[in-house]
Design a protein around this ligand. Structure first.
Ligand SMILES: Nc1ncnc2c1ncn2[C@@H]1O[C@H](COP(=O)(O)OP(=O)(O)OP(=O)(O)O)[C@@H](O)[C@H]1O
Ligand SMILES: [Mg+2]
Length: 232
């Protein structure tokens, strides 16, 4: 296929702070992710995984470098990217950030852009076991159920790019696998990047990126031990 990558990042860096505590969370990183590709992202706590996802989603402005989403630059201020992001990017946050006074269904549909979103949310909720909770508010459900509501919100618009940050962290194994099945099912028409500390959740990934201190340390095929050669 000659189609441009869904996501393309070049020389991407993110430095937090400018005073006593200065952290380079992402450093000189290049990455292309194509439609139909499932990429895992692993690395120690603090290695920059969440920071990288925020950059790739256009939720943070990089210190240097640029991100192209569907060939369009995401390097403007995050509020200027909002329309593009909501339409094309689904983000499953490490903490789901649900609006407390809205039901799980309303939270899932808060940025819905098309007429198919409500039915899609119902269907996805059934597949991850929270259909009976859609009319509850977040404080009346468990942490794992809130996380699944965050998944519904991420997928409500059938995005071209799905970025998932520890989407199974609060879940038992069977539920984690149900969530991963739903995410993998997006891969046909979308690109998927999943951050996880659980290698089992990366079954079927086309490649796994290893981050250390904000740098891409190695890329491996799923299930194989880390190689020494770096690359994206
Ligand atoms: N808002 C922030 N301001 C300053 N430093 C930050 C901020 N967010 C993250 N950091 C720092 O940036 C580095 C990377 O953090 P990040 O959250 O991206 O790591 P991570 O790989 O997602 O870790 P974890 O597996 O624990 O979620 C860490 O050193 C962290 O302390
Ligand atoms: Mg993180």
């Amino acid at each position: 296929m000659s189609e441009a990558p869904v996501l393309s990042a070049r020389a991407l860096s993110l430095v937090y702070g400018d005073g006593a505590r200065r952290t380079t969370a992402v450093e000189a990183l290049d990455l292309d992710v194509a439609r139909g590709e499932f990429v895992g992202l692993v690395g120690p706590s603090g290695s920059g995984k969440s920071s990288l996802l925020f950059l790739l989603a256009g939720l943070r402005r990089p210190t240097t470098g640029r991100v192209l989403l569907l060939g369009r630059p995401l390097d403007a201020a995050p509020d200027r990217n909002a329309a593009l992001r909501r339409r094309h990017v689904g983000f499953v946050f490490q903490e789901p950030f649900l609006v407390p006074w809205l039901s799980l269904r309303e939270n899932a549909l808060v940025h819905a852009t098309g007429p198919g979103a409500a039915a899609r949310v119902e269907d996805l909720a059934r597949r991850v076991g929270v259909a009976h909770l859609l009319d509850e508010r977040p404080h009346r459900v468990s942490g794992g159920e809130r996380q699944r509501a965050g998944l519904l919100r991420a997928l409500a618009n059938d995005p071209d790019l799905v970025l998932a940050d520890e989407p199974t962290a609060f879940l038992d194994h069977p539920t984690g696998h149900a969530v991963m099945d739903v995410l993998r099912a997006c891969v046909g028409r979308a690109a998927l990047v999943v951050v996880t500390h659980d290698p089992e959740m990366l079954a079927g990934a086309h490649r796994v990126l290893h981050l250390r201190d904000g740098r891409l340390e190695a890329t491996t095929a799923a299930g194989s031990p880390p190689a020494t050669a770096a690359g994206a």
